[in-house]
Design a binder for this molecule. Structure first.
Ligand code: NAD
Ligand code: UFG
Length: 345
C-alpha cells in the first residue's frame, strides 16, 4: 500500500517514514524543504536500506500535486507539511493562515479528485490553549491562543465538515503534545533554525557548548517545583502512533481526534536533571520571567489512543534525553553542510 507523506523530510516526518517502511508500506514524500534538508531523507534511506521516492514540491501547487497522485497509486495521506513556530505565527499571521490552511484545502481537493479519502493529520495540543485543567481529554474545550494554534483548530473544523459532507472519508486528527528525542541511530533528529525556542533542543545546544546557559521561564507556577510541566513524548513513539492511526482509518470511516502524549508531566527542572544524568554534563541555567502564553501544566489523558488505536508510548524521559543528546553531539550543526561527525560510538 502506498502512503503519501507531506512534509516527510521534517522532524516528525522522517521518523514516521522509517516506521512506515519498517511496517511494509511504500511511501512517496512531498516536501518543499522550507524547513528541512534533502539530506534528512538520504539518512532515512541509509537507516532503512530502502530508496524513497520524493518530490520537491509545495503542496499548495495543485497541478504538481495532481501529477504525483496520477503517477502513484496512493491510498492514504499522512499530512505533516506546514509551518509550526508559535512566535513566528504571531509576527506573520497571513503567512501561517495561507500556508497551513490553503495547503490543506489544496491537498484535500486533490485527494477528493483521486478518490483518496484516508487522511492522518498533524494537529497539536496547542488547540486546547493555555488550560490548566489536566489531564487534557480530547473533549476538553478548544481555545488556541495564537495564529499557529488557530490554523490547526480551523483545519480540524474543515476536516470535520468534509467528513459530514461525504462519509467515505476517514480521518485521524493527531494532537501531539511535546515531541522530543531522536532516532536511536543518532542519524536523524530535530534541526531547528537559529536559536531554538523549545526546551529540549535548547538544553542539547547548551550541553554541546553552542549556547551558554538556559533560561527557565518562570519558577513560580503551582507545579511540583514551580517550573512549567509538559507531556514530552519520544518522536519514535509518536511516529509509531501514526502507523496505528493509519491502520485504524483504513478500516473505518469518520473522523476522530486523538491525544498523542505519554500522559506524564515533567517540569523544566526535572528535564534538566534527566538530561544531566544521561549526558554527565551540568546544564547551567538561571530562572527568568514567565514566557507570555505559557500554561503551568499541560499533559494528556491518553486513554482514547490506548483503547481505539491500541497504542501507547513506551519510552521515558531518560530515553528522550539520551536520544536527543546522541543526535546533538553526533551532528552539532544538524543537517547543515558544515556539520561534521565529532562523535563515534
Ligand atoms: P518540520 O518543520 O520539521 O516538518 C514540516 C515539513 O513540512 C518540513 O520538512 C517543511 O519543509 C515541510 N513543508 C512546510 N510547508 C510546506 C509546503 N507548503 N509544502 C510542502 N512541504 C512543506 O515540523 P515537525 O516538527 O516535523 O512537525 C510536523 C507537523 O506536526 C507540523 O504540521 C506541525 O505543526 C505539527 N506539530 C509539531 C509539533 C512539534 O513540536 N514538533 C507539535 C505539534 C504539532
Ligand atoms: N522553557 C524554558 N526555557 C526555554 C524554553 C522552554 O523554561 O528556553 C519551558 C517553557 O516555559 C515550558 C517548557 O519549557 O514550560 C516547554 O516549552 P517548549 O517551548 O519546549 O514547549 P511548549 O509546551 O511551550 O510548546 C510546544 C510546541 C508548540 C505547541 C505547544 C502546545 O513547541 O508548537 O507545545 O502543544 F504549540
Amino acid at each position: 500500500m502506498t502512503i503519501l507523506v507531506t512534509g516527510g523530510a521534517g522532524y516528525i516526518g522522517t521518523h514516521t517514514c522509517i516506521e512506515l517502511i519498517k511496517a511494509g508500506y511504500d511511501i512517496v514524500v512531498v516536501d518543499n524543504f522550507s524547513n528541512s534538508k534533502p539530506e534528512a531523507l538520504e539518512r532515512v534511506c541509509e537507516i532503512t536500506g530502502h530508496n524513497i521516492i520524493s518530490y520537491k514540491t509545495d503542496i499548495q501547487n495543485k497541478q504538481e500535486l495532481e501529477k504525483i497522485f496520477s503517477q502513484h497509486n496512493i491510498e492514504a495521506v499522512i499530512h505533516f507539511a506546514g509551518l509550526k513556530a508559535v512566535g513566528e505565527s504571531v509576527q506573520l499571521p497571513l503567512t501561517y493562515y495561507q500556508t497551513n490552511i490553503m495547503s490543506t484545502l489544496t491537498l484535500c481537493e486533490v485527494m477528493k479528485k483521486y478518490d483518496v479519502k484516508n487522511l492522518v493529520f498533524s494537529s497539536s495540543a496547542t488547540v486546547y490553549g493555555a488550560t490548566d485543567q489536566v489531564p487534557i481529554l480530547e473533549e476538553s474545550p478548544l481555545n488556541p491562543v495564537n495564529p499557529y494554534g488557530r490554523t490547526k483548530h480551523m483545519i480540524e473544523e474543515v476536516l470535520r465538515d468534509l467528513v459530514k459532507s461525504d462519509n467515505n472519508w476517514s480521518i485521524a486528527l493527531l494532537r501531539y503534545f511535546n515531541p522530543v528525542g531522536a532516532h536511536e541511530s543518532g542519524e536523524i533528529g530535530e534541526d531547528p533554525t537559529g536559536i531554538p525556542n523549545n526546551l529540549m533542543p535548547y538544553i542539547s545546544q547548551v550541553a554541546v557548548g553552542k549556547l551558554e546557559s538556559l533560561q527557565v521561564f518562570g519558577a513560580d507556577y503551582k507545579t511540583v517545583d514551580g517550573t512549567g510541566v509538559r507531556d514530552y513524548i519520544h518522536v519514535v513513539d509518536l511516529a509509531q502512533g501514526h502507523i496505528k492511526a493509519l491502520e485504524k482509518i483504513i478500516d473505518t470511516n469518520g473522523i476522530e481526534a486523538y491525544n498523542l502524549g505519554t500522559g506524564n508531566g515533567y517540569s523544566v527542572l526535572q528535564v534538566i536533571s534527566a538530561f544531566e544524568k544521561v549526558s554527565g554534563i551540568k546544564i547551567p541555567y538561571s530562572i527568568g520571567e514567565r514566557r507570555p502564553g505559557d500554561a503551568a501544566l499541560c499533559y494528556a489523558d491518553v486513554s482514547k489512543a490506548k483503547e481505539d488505536l491500541k497504542w501507547g508510548a513506551r519510552k521515558g524521559i531518560e530515553d528522550m534525553c539520551q536520544d536527543s543528546w546522541r543526535w546533538q553531539r553526533k551532528y552539532p550543526n544538524g543537517y547543515s553542510q558544515k556539520s561534521i561527525k565529532i562523535y563515534s560510538n
